[in-house]
Design a protein around this ligand. Structure first.
Ligand SMILES: NC(=O)c1ccc[n+]([C@@H]2O[C@H](COP(=O)([O-])OP(=O)(O)OC[C@H]3O[C@@H](n4cnc5c(N)ncnc54)[C@H](O)[C@@H]3O)[C@@H](O)[C@H]2O)c1
Length: 266
């Protein structure tokens, strides 16, 4: 029970990595607030956690909207005496077919990606940090990507948000460390989720010997559970001296440096 009675907020926890994070955090004793845009998956996440004996509440929320985030945090603050422990910023979009090279991105696509992937961190932290200061400590976990660590072509809006997430993580770590608030960042890649399926127009075959299987030193896709366990480490007292770190969860694919190269024959 590494998060016993901790108040944790996870964005985009209806499916994918955030969903597995919510389930794991609840299993470890946390009360998990699921801030999710999608009604069906958000409610299903709450139901699944409760059915397993965990504590969770789905709050429908568009994390790109300051007003929507404020409404969610009004509830969280009211229910927890204005205090909380863990802010896990996970929600993002990758707008395949719309994101691309800068000169071909429509301004509305650029704004949408920045709104969901980056402004969401501002919106949530704006409310979460004062609640952690009142508690006297806290943990913020941001989510970047290999795209925030190395150059990846044809998704310039996405990479801009992920690079900014890395930088903001470091700033927050420096600024709020004195309040006992640790800020760290996970940089995943090659995790088998809907986001990856949607970002590959050909549709990756997670089992076949395809793009990722060829490129990843571990020769396989990662699972959302493998990222969730890293988030648990960063949320828990197992990482009390870890602050300002950018930790990849990518099977080593980022250090290969050839994510951008086409696979022979493709
Ligand atoms: N899967 C990967 O290989 C990979 C690689 C690099 C980075 N990441 C990052 O990991 C995180 C999780 O990715 P995933 O693969 O689980 O994605 P996913 O698409 O499976 O899940 C994203 C979740 O965010 C929610 N969401 C989207 N817009 C929202 C909004 N405006 N408000 C609230 N919720 C919203 C979605 O409904 C969904 O439940 C993201 O930050 C992503 O950029 C993933």
């Amino acid at each position: 029970m590494r998060l016993k009675d901790k108040v944790c907020v996870i964005t985009g926890a209806g499916k994918g990595i955030g969903r597995k994070g919510a389930e794991l955090f609840a299993k470890e004793g946390a009360f998990v607030y699921i801030l999710e845009f999608d009604d069906v998956s958000g409610q299903d996440a709450e139901n699944t956690i409760r059915a397993a004996g965990g504590k969770a509440k789905f709050l429908k929320c568009d994390v790109s909207s300051y007003e929507s985030v404020k409404a969610a945090f009004d509830v969280i603050a009211e229910e927890n005496d204005g205090m909380m422990d863990v802010m896990y910023n996970n929600a993002s979009v990758y707008l395949a077919g719309k994101d691309g090279i800068l000169t071909e991105i429509a301004p509305e696509t650029w704004q949408k990606v920045l709104g969901i992937n980056l402004n969401s961190i501002f919106n949530c932290c704006h409310f979460a940090i004062p609640m952690m200061q009142k508690r006297g400590k806290g943990a913020i976990i941001n989510t970047a990507s290999s795209a925030g660590v190395i150059g990846i072509p044809k998704c310039d809006a996405y990479t801009a948000t992920k690079g900014a997430t890395v930088s903001l993580t470091r700033s927050l770590a420096v600024e709020y460390g004195k309040y006992g608030i640790r800020t760290n960042c996970i940089a995943p890649a090659a995790i088998a989720t809907d986001m990856v399926k949607q970002s590959n127009p050909d549709g990756p075959d997670f089992d076949a010997f395809t793009f990722i299987n060829l490129r990843t030193p571990l020769r396989r896709w990662g699972t959302p559970e493998e990222v969730a366990s890293l988030a648990l480490f960063l949320a828990s007292d197992d990482s009390t001296y870890v602050n300002g770190s950018i930790i990849t969860a990518d099977g080593g694919i980022t250090i290969c440096g050839d994510l951008a190269k086409p696979v022979e024959g493709k």
